[in-house]
Ligand binder design. Structure first.
Ligand SMILES: CC(C)(COP(=O)(O)OP(=O)(O)OC[C@H]1O[C@@H](n2cnc3c(N)ncnc32)[C@H](O)[C@@H]1OP(=O)(O)O)[C@@H](O)C(=O)NCCC(=O)NCCS
Length: 176
């Protein structure tokens, strides 16, 4: 399956909302095993994502709860936050990998209200991209997106991201 790789630059100061539209307020809560209810919330989100094939770039299986707890405890991301709406309700999560990849999920009832855009802007304001090796992509952040995920493509291109490449996966067992 092809994957779009979009490059998002440093967004600070370059973005503005359409006239007359207020950005929704979001609070970002750093994910740790000790944040009460966080592992369980992220587990629910994982289940939802698996039911949305276009939201995934690879088809994973649901881990066991023990595997999931170990994953959260390992702190696999450079930055990982639960997104809370005004009023405190947890509505999604956003992460930055050690390779500057952005991942985001907003639960269905909260979509199309500007939460993803606002959460990404907030995260990128406080985390600089990590250093790159020679020959690597230009400095900035990337989003790996299933080409059928039009919502995510619109979200990132709306933030100023440019299409870098299309990546194909080749299964050695299925070589023609
Ligand atoms: C993609 C996703 C994170 C967007 O979250 P969201 O909070 O609904 O996005 P926002 O409300 O901040 O939308 C910002 C802009 O993105 C675009 N957009 C978002 N959803 C869209 C949709 N369904 N169709 C078209 N454009 C869309 C629009 O341009 C929108 O601006 P507008 O509402 O002013 O027109 C959400 O749909 C989601 O969680 N999907 C499943 C997980 C996923 O695909 N994650 C991304 C993988 S990298």
């Amino acid at each position: 399956m092809g994957v779009h790789r979009l490059l998002a630059g440093n967004l600070e100061g370059r973005l503005s909302l359409p006239t007359g539209m207020l950005a929704p307020q979001v609070e970002l809560l750093a994910v740790t095993s000790y944040l009460k209810g966080a592992p369980e919330f992220l587990w629910e989100i994982l289940r939802e994502r698996l039911a949305e094939p276009e939201a995934n770039i690879s088809h994973e299986e649901m881990p066991t709860m023990a595997e999931h707890l170990a994953y959260v405890a390992r702190q696999p991301y450079r930055a990982w936050y639960i997104i809370a709406a005004l009023g405190g309700e947890w509505i999604g999560n956003v992460s930055l990998s050690h390779h500057n990849e952005i991942g985001i999920y907003i639960r269905r009832p909260w979509r199309r209200r500007g939460y993803a855009r606002e959460a990404i802007k907030r995260v990128l304001r406080v985390h600089e991209p990590v250093g790159r090796a020679a020959g690597d992509i230009p400095e900035g952040y990337v989003a790996n997106i299933n080409p059928e995920n039009s919502a995510s493509i619109a979200l990132f291109t709306g933030l100023g991201a440019k299409l870098l490449q299309v990546t194909y996966h080749l299964d050695p067992v299925k070589i023609a």
